[in-house]
Design a protein around this ligand. Structure first.
Ligand code: SF4
Length: 291
């Protein structure tokens, strides 16, 4: 298999077969990100993809889902993506879902006909790094999208029946700004219909601009208690029916539950954790995370 190390599967892909379609990220400019570890963006040759699919077909009895690697494979132009989706259908006929990351800007570049063509080869489940609903903060983090872009583009996915989950990056606004980020973000996410909202915690990974900014004092990390209270306020103000989960490696707390049913319980747990966490000790743990 042509599968890289450090695979990031996202919320849907834990039991899926892995199929590498791209390497790196076609954007690769977010201030907090070291996911590509310097790997340049490239599209995997079709002969590798065919060989990998044949290997999966020979090794796995009834593959049910395929996770496309790596950072934005669903954002490939349709003339490159559609043949891959067709090959999956042909070589792995038992597959009932194809999963992969896509950027808001990538959706914007696709026409409605492109999205429909993709949806027809699904069911597709895409994962989108929405991160925050605070536009000034997204711009500071070089995120290359606004709240208006996100609403417009994710609604286009809904119209063609492509399911999506989204990330929320708590702590993205820095120390002292968690509550405002939570309220602004809840307003944005409440207008969407994600299957799942995955909470990730802002971490100054080695190799990122963010780490340099933390070391120079330009960006001040929010303490863990502030991040927990931020997520509590975010959940408290979310109006969409979805699943909220904080089970990512960057989180120093774990929660998962459906909204609105589990709202009160999750908020209570987070507020209790915030009141009992040792912020100083946890700061060191976060700074030592390698990504
Ligand atoms: S966060 Fe996503 S879009 Fe931004 S650089 Fe990292 S992989 Fe690329």
């Amino acid at each position: 298999m042509h599968t890289p190390q450090n695979v990031r599967r996202g919320p849907y892909g834990y039991s899926a077969e892995l199929l590498q379609v791209t390497t790196g990220c076609s954007y690769d400019k977010c201030r907090f990100c070291n996911l590509t570890n310097g790997t340049p963006f490239s599209v995997v040759p079709m002969e590798h993809i065919i060989a990998d699919l044949e290997e999966i077909a020979a090794a796995v009895r009834h593959p049910r889902s395929v996770f496309l690697l790596t950072e934005d494979p669903m954002g490939l132009p349709n003339d490159r993506l559609i043949p891959v989706l067709k090959l999956i259908r042909e070589k792995l006929p038992t597959v009932s879902e194809i999963i992969g990351f896509i950027r808001v800007r990538d959706i914007k570049r696709k026409s409605d006909a492109d999205l429909r063509e993709m949806a027809d080869l699904g069911p597709l489940k895409v994962i989108v790094g929405v991160e925050s609903g605070w536009d000034e903060i997204l711009a500071e983090m070089n995120k290359d999208q606004t709240s208006a872009d996100t609403i417009e583009q994710l609604r286009r996915l809904e119209e063609v029946g492509i399911e999506y989950s989204v990330f929320y990056l708590c702590g993205i606004a820095g120390k002292g700004n968690g509550q405002e980020n939570a309220l602004r973000s809840a307003k944005l996410y409440s207008q969407l219909h994600p299957t799942r909202i995955e909470i990730v915690s802002m971490t100054p990974f080695p190799g990122t601009q963010l780490r340099e900014d933390v070391l120079s004092g330009e960006f001040e990390l929010a303490p863990e208690s502030e991040m927990m209270l931020e997520v509590a306020t975010f959940i408290e103000n979310l109006e969409c029916e979805t699943i909220v989960a904080a089970e990512h490696d960057t989180n120093l707390f774990r929660i998962e539950g459906p909204l609105p049913q589990a709202r009160d319980h999750m908020v209570e747990v987070l507020r209790w954790r915030a009141a009992n966490v040792d912020d100083e000790k946890m700061y060191d743990s976060r700074f030592m995370m390698k990504g």
